[in-house]
Write a protein that binds this ligand. Sequence first.
Ligand code: DAH
Length: 346
Amino acid sequence: MALKDTIQTLLSQVSDIQANNAEELEALRIKYLSKKGEITALFNEFRTVPNEQKRELGQLLNQLRQETEGRINELREQFEAKQAEADKPDLTRTPDPIALGTRHPLSLVREEIEDIFSRIGFTIAQGPEVEDDKHVYGMLNFAPEHPARDMQDTFFIEKEKGVQKPTDVLLRSHTSSVQTRVMTSQKPPIRVLCPGRVYRNEAISARAHCFFHQVEGLYIDKNVSFADLREALLYFSKEMFGPETKIRLRPSYFPFTEPSAEMDISCNICGGKGCSFCKGTGWVEILGCGMVDPNVLEACGIDSKEYSGYAFGMGVERITNLKYRVKDLRLFSENDVRFLRQFESC
Ligand code: DAH
């Protein structure tokens, strides 16, 4: 009767079979039902029992195997259901953040300049990069023999292949060309900011490049004075470089402005005390400016007796250099991610 007891004991324990995970469950299956399992061993023992007990014990043994299999299958289904639930995508989870790239430093600075001037009423104007002599030089009061027109400075575009002599078509060498485009197409009051790329025939080095970026400003109205220019530039400098910033205007010459000036700001690196950046002077030059020459107004069809205006032009690379201390101009166009990644995206 030992076999019957064993079977009954096991039968009474079937519902207690527990497993914490699928691995434990598989271990139990092996323990009871595999070729070397306990229940299989009982079947082997069963062969030796007397015939008159075979019917009763056989039934008990089959019941034990079925119930054990049933319990193990039941637990397996529970684990599978749990796993299926865990595998379901969680639709309430916030998505992974999208990895943002960074903004190019020249774009950051150009947009900051645009932002500052837009707060005092300037709107953006654009003009073509492939220009003609008239808009880049002629209407801006450059004398016919002015050296800027020299092929050393300006990229001319050959109309016919192999034609070497300068043509009328060129890559603009400054954004002042957009002034002439705006003045010939709009009536005063005009208050525009003209950002854009310009080209000059320079050997590429840390300090010069064959293309760079400028922002031009132009304001034409009745009674515009040099004091208005000075105030606008002081406001810009403080917004861009901090409220402590001072400006200094030095007389200069440009064909398209009269009087003309170059503007320095107090060195934002040493605060004006003098350092290697400002060569000990405490000042750094950032732009050219002046009152629009009456000849330019007239060339663009604006009555210079009724209207006056100011203009200014600055290099975006120069301002970026001051803000971020980028010493080598070539870095701006090399697309080296180690350089570009240092600038914030926003
Ligand atoms: N066009 C000048 C340059 O490329 C910069 C400039 C100077 C622009 C004075 C102006 C200005 O509008 O008034 O060097």
